[in-house]
Every structure is written in structure tokens, then in C-alpha cells.
Design a protein around this ligand. Structure first.
Ligand SMILES: [Zn+2]
Length: 108
């Protein structure tokens, strides 16, 4: 896919056309669209590396150093329900590092 020359992987930019199309498809489709936006963002290597460095490669809860995952502090769907834009939800400030078991124990 072609990227603009000033593409910054740490900044999430919403495709407005996809967004309005997803909104018109109903709640269930829209939720999965939001989930995809969130996971596309945290799957970026640059994002992952940045957050791992910020958290010193440790789980934010228990300081484990194995099975680390990038997690949205405010989940994408909760953020959306609170009126946040997708760009705001998908920022480094809203991400943290959790190990697999702390992430699994987190309330949705
Ligand atoms: Zn943990």
C-alpha cells in the first residue's frame, strides 16, 4: 500500500470513508471495525517498540518480562462510547504493556 511521504507510524490516521461506511453497517460491524483499528495500530513494530521501551520491557501491573502484550488503557470501544476520536484512542499515551495473564484478567 502506498504511504504518504510524511507517514508517521506512531500517529494513527483514520480513513474517514471506511469509518462512515462501518458506522452505516450497524453496531456489531462497527465494533469489529473499531477493534481492527486498535489492533492495526498496536501491531505496528514502531508502536510496539516505543511502548516496550517506555515500560522498560515490563508488565505495568506485575513487572513480568515474559509474554508481554501491548494493551489499550481505555479500550477502543469504551473510548468511542466516551466520545473519544479513534485517533485519540490510538495514541502512545493510551497504551501500556501488560503480560498475558494480567491482560487476560483485565475487565473488558
Ligand atoms: Zn503482569
Amino acid at each position: 500500500m502506498a504511504r504518504p511521504r510524511n507517514y508517521n507510524p506512531l500517529v494513527y490516521v483514520v480513513n474517514q470513508w471506511n469509518l462512515s461506511r462501518a458506522r452505516n453497517k450497524g453496531e456489531k460491524q462497527f465494533k469489529s471495525y473499531l477493534r481492527n483499528c486498535g489492533s492495526n495500530y498496536i501491531k505496528r513494530l514502531e508502536v510496539r517498540q516505543c511502548i516496550l521501551d517506555k515500560y522498560h520491557h515490563q508488565c505495568a501491573e506485575c513487572k513480568a518480562t515474559q509474554n508481554l502484550q501491548v494493551d489499550h488503557i481505555i479500550s477502543v470501544y469504551q473510548g468511542w462510547k466516551q466520545g473519544l476520536d479513534i485517533e485519540v484512542i490510538n495514541t502512545l499515551e493510551n497504551l501500556q504493556i501488560l503480560c498475558r495473564s494480567c491482560n487476560a484478567g483485565k475487565l473488558p
